[in-house]
Design a protein around this ligand. Sequence first.
Ligand SMILES: [Zn+2]
Length: 353
Amino acid sequence: MIIALIIVPIGCNEKIEKQEKPQPVKEKSSNDSAPLKALIIDGENNHGIWPKTTMMMKDFLESTGLFNVDINRKAFTWQGPHHNVEVDDNYKIEELLKDYPIGEKEVGEAVSEPVADPNFSPNFSEYDVVISNLGWKSTHWNDETKMAFEKYMADGGGLVIVHAANNSFGDWDEYNQMIGLGGWGGRNTESGPYVYYDKIGQRIDDPSEGQCGSHGPQFEFKITTRSPEHPIMKDLPTEWLHTKDELYDRLRGPAKNMTVLATAFSDKDGNGPPWNKNVKGSDRHEPMLFTIEYKKGRVFHTALGHMDYSMECVGFITTLQRGSEWAATGKVSQSVPTDFPTSENTSARNWTL
Ligand SMILES: [Zn+2]
């Protein structure tokens, strides 16, 4: 989405340097040989391709042999404006829902504007990890479901936030604590600091006033590892080239107990939105992959994954697989695939159902 706001940077002297926290060591205590139970939640996302990307992520996770993946879809399905225009700009949600069926559950009613589903109540506690494929304008859950989710996370649940899932629920405080940083969704200076890496590789948590969430046109960009010893990042290259995607910048949030795993550079000219000449790229190394410790729970957050082709990147797939395992168990048992991208070349796997 696009929000036209003028950036009003203030006081560089207000910036706070912050050291990374050590990683959590809590590990899953149940039978290690049993598949992990994962749940993808979806149904409302401004990224209209979501019925497909849900199936892609389910397949990516199950192909590891580590996960069984269920899908819980809101009853009223809303497809936003972002399609894979390179394929078909008229791809309707009804067709997508039919092309990527989720099994026995009835396809929900497609609506032109998001409508809250009062009966949306996944049994979170059954799962080792919940993956959100929700997005901008996702409607609030009923209080009981929100409380159940907060309890699930507080008790040691796992959560994976994918791209526009960090647009959701800007006014849900506990959710914002869980996801560390978010964009749009009514977020503003009050939501918390910007977090970025400066030119000499120091992490900055910056409370300056200014907009929350921006990106430029999609392009291929380099990902830089910042926490090479973290289980999710171990043995990954220091730099790798990601396939075409949106580079989110100026996310804000509580950023408490947050570890930045990898960043990408938002170039002033290259990542400014062409639809708003008043906004430039942030000129900062922006968090793309990060983790948050929320009470006893673990969260892996990837800002990547705008479109189906963005998710075909082996870097996206690998970090999703490893991040989901880490969120579920605190460990990563998967090795790095041989077709992982390099600093010079992207690497993608063509995905079909
Ligand atoms: Zn996007």
